[in-house]
Ligand binder design. Structure first.
Ligand code: NAG
Ligand code: NAG
Ligand code: NAG
Ligand code: NAG
Ligand code: NAG
Ligand code: NAG
Length: 671
């Protein structure tokens, strides 16, 4: 090739010597890294997505120092993933994949900017990296926003005001500047609404908040942007989900920023790390995308919920303190620790001759970061879309630095080797810096490797002592909801799957029920997934089979009130409507029921209970082998209900409909 012709023997020999091995130049392909002809696109960062839904639920319940350690691995600069972007769900009271997240406005007249954990998470990210880019996106909306319809655009001014309130609340109560906001995750957009959102933001002094649309596919938003100049002015970023590293030419034609605004969603083993390595490079190389955001940030939800462990790391055991820094954390570090949003890609990026890819970025003042990946097909499959076949083999690659970079004398070298054959991977290892002669260096690239070569010297592989060993959820668990973790509105380890369960204080109660947990939704939200018609919050160990669940319950609907406690609940997330288990219900009309399903279709027992609204009752459910029995206020109410399936599942509490009800003195004793 061309460069070889102009190379003296001496300079090659010098390079080979410095690399410590003799490289045959004939078997090495050369790639120029050059800024002379101009640069490529501005880089916007690598991020993680908390929410969509409830994916950080268990993180907040970790004790210190583990919780801070996990946050450091995610956000602390020059430590771990050192993420540039945190995207969060704007809670909409609705099931959005692995649970519900509370809205800042459950009701039209209600405003509260202290619910849930996303505010806390954004502040923790910001505390570690003041430059972190914050993004908010709704998946769902409280019922009143849709005026009873499962559609948020009939009253676009109400929806826009609702979203803008969240952004204003972030600033007013938490001093958080939200920089980007989206429309409606993976659902229809409405041009009129987007323009109104832009207008409402501007009217509220939020001109700097940029709009991302439409968090779905490249089309049809791209076409609308090209045909409607006013819409074009309202939208700053086209955000596509799971783009498979490619874009469409119309999207390039809009001259907008193109982002993979949700990607990854892959089990976080080594193949997951390989997926992440491949798409972080190739989303730009193939698809001109300048930001990639992982769903999800951290797998902090019960693993038996849908898409278990699809996060950059795993922190799903607050009761033990155990967490796992998975390979995607170190793969992220290869880019994030050596670039910043605002850096620019070089035009000289691309594929390697024998498979794999390289990108190069600069800060514009002479710094250069090159990231190279040689992930093979089978070791880099993501959950979606299907990955067309390609081949990667080991190869020698020579990089020739030109333009502003021609005089660089030394590059820091960081390497990850997946080593699938030996199953002994090494991630984010700092190697001896490379001395450059005539701006050239050659790498002996094996399959399934990631390299960073950079002028930035601040990279660090952070570490903490091993966290406590993994352990199952405690077999004996009690919560009287009296001791509260001040910043949070929900009780530890309860994972709401439909409805929202919040700490409640009844100061007029003279007895033991001042502090309770209350289901607060009174109407069905504008949903994203299939919320159940009942509300339900699950807790515990999915493997639980024989156990006793006890809870005090208080109905607040005189006519239609109904509450339950349950065991062996076998489904959550988007499948919550079809959850089975053993459900012990009491109703305000003085009856009880035992059903095999949340929907209440399969009745195992029923009869009179004398239960009523506005009085506390103690329910107790024991399931042992194939039999179940229930007690009311300490007395047997029913027994010998036969339970063939499911064999195991979580414990749960809930209500018959979207209605107010309270719970107190929750306890589980598992066998
Ligand atoms: C890379 O270069 C080394 C040293 O010249 C050589 O032994 C090896 O065969 C080359 N590898 C490939 C894949 O060309
Ligand atoms: C934040 O950005 C500024 C300006 O780009 C930079 O000087 C500073 O080092 C950044 N801080 C961190 C923690 O990355
Ligand atoms: C988009 O990517 C393609 C393929 O790498 C490249 O040829 C083109 O120059 C890029 N266009 C822009 C505007 O970034
Ligand atoms: C590179 O970045 C560092 C800060 O990380 C800065 O001090 C230096 O001036 C930059 N430029 C070059 C050419 O290294
Ligand atoms: C990969 O390599 C195999 C074996 O050489 C070949 O048969 C196949 O066509 C290649 N696939 C691609 C996509 O190049
Ligand atoms: C609060 O407690 C009082 C006294 O027990 C009771 O009458 C009232 O119904 C309770 N209200 C709620 C909302 O729990």
């Amino acid at each position: 090739n061309l460069y070889f012709l102009f190379f003296s023997f001496e300079s090659w020999a010098a390079v080979f010597l410095l690399l410590g091995s003799v490289v045959d130049p004939c078997s090495s392909q050369t790639y120029a890294l050059n800024d002379k002809a101009g640069l490529g696109r501005v880089f916007d960062g690598i991020g993680g997505l908390s929410g969509g839904g409830a994916t950080s639920r268990l993180l907040v319940n970790y004790a210190e120092p583990y919780r801070s350690q996990i946050l450091d691995y995610l956000f602390k600069p020059n430590f771990g993933a050192s993420l540039h972007i945190l995207k969060v769900e704007i809670g909409g009271d609705s099931q959005t994949t692995d649970g519900t997240e509370p809205s800042h406005m459950h009701y039209e007249s209600d405003e509260n900017y202290f619910r849930g954990y996303e505010w806390w998470l954004m502040k923790e990210a910001k505390r570690r990296n003041p430059n972190v880019t914050l993004i908010g996106l709704p998946w769902a909306f409280p019922g009143w926003v849709g005026h009873g319809k499962n559609w948020p655009y009939d009253f676009p001014d109400i929806t826009a005001a609702y979203v803008v309130n969240w952004i204003l609340g972030a600033k007013q109560y938490h001093d958080l500047d939200i920089q980007y906001v989206g429309i409606w995750n993976e659902r229809n957009f409405d041009s009129k609404y987007i323009k109104l959102l832009r207008y409402t933001l501007d009217k509220n002094g939020l001109e700097g908040v940029r709009i991302i649309a439409s968090d779905n596919l490249w089309e049809p938003i791209t076409l609308y942007l090209l045909l409607d100049p006013e819409l074009g002015r309202a939208v700053d970023v086209i955000g596509a989900h799971y783009p498979g590293t490619t874009t469409v030419k119309e999207a390039v034609k809009t001259q907008k920023k193109l982002w993979s605004s949700e990607d990854y969603s892959t089990f976080n083993d080594e193949v997951g790390g390989g997926c992440w390595a491949r798409i972080l490079n190739q989303n730009y190389v193939n698809g001109n995308m300048t930001a990639t955001i992982s769903w999800n940030l951290v797998a902090s939800y019960y693993e038996d919920l849908p898409f278990g462990r699809d996060g950059l790391m795993t922190a799903e055991e607050p009761w033990s303190g155990n967490y796992v820094v998975e390979s995607p954390i170190w793969i992220t570090a290869h880019t994030t620790q050596f670039t910043q949003p605002g850096w620019t890609y070089l035009q000289t990026v691309g594929h390697l001759a024998q498979g794999g890819s390289y990108v190069a970025l600069t800060d514009g003042t002479g710094n250069l970061t090159v990231v190279i990946e040689t992930m093979t097909h089978d070791h880099s499959v993501c959950i979606r879309p299907p990955l067309p076949p390609f081949n990667v083999t080991s190869q020698n690659a020579t990089f020739q630095l030109q333009g502003s970079f021609a005089s660089i004398k030394e590059l820091q070298v960081w390497r990850s080797q997946f080593n699938f054959k030996t199953k002994k991977p090494s991630f984010f290892e700092k190697l001896t810096p490379l001395k450059l002669v005539d701006g050239s260096f050659t790498l002996n690239l094996a399959e399934d490797e990631v390299y960073t070569l950079t002028t930035i010297t601040t990279g660090q592989k952070g570490s903490y002592p091993d966290p406590p060993p993994s352990a199952r959820f405690p077999k004996v668990y009690k919560d009287n909801f009296d001791i509260r973790n001040p910043p949070f509105s929900e009780a530890p380890d309860f994972a709401d799957q439909t409805g929202v369960f919040e700490y409640y204080i009844n100061l007029t109660d003279p007895g033991p029920h001042v502090f309770t947990l209350r289901q607060v939704l009174t109407e069905r939200p504008v949903t994203w997934a299939a919320d159940a018609d009942q509300t339900i919050s699950v807790i515990g160990d999915y493997q639980w089979h024989d156990l006793t669940v006890t809870c005090d319950v208080f109905m607040e609907s005189v006519k239609t009130g109904g509450v339950f406690i349950a065991a062996r609940v076998d489904k959550g997330g988007q499948s919550i409507r079809s959850a089975n288990g053993v459900f012990f219900w009491v109703f305000a009309d003085g009856t009880y029921k035992v059903t095999n399903d949340l929907a209440g279709q399969t009745v195992l027992a029923e009869g009179q209970s004398g239960t009523r609204a506005y009085g506390w009752h103690t329910l107790s459910l024991t399931v042992k082998g194939q039999y179940a029995l229930g007690q009311l206020n300490g007395y047997p109410l029913w027994k010998n209900a036969v339970v063939l399936t499911p064999k195991n599942g979580w414990a749960a509490i809930g209500t018959r409909s979207f209605e107010l009800a309270q719970f107190d003195n929750f306890a589980v004793v598992a066998g």
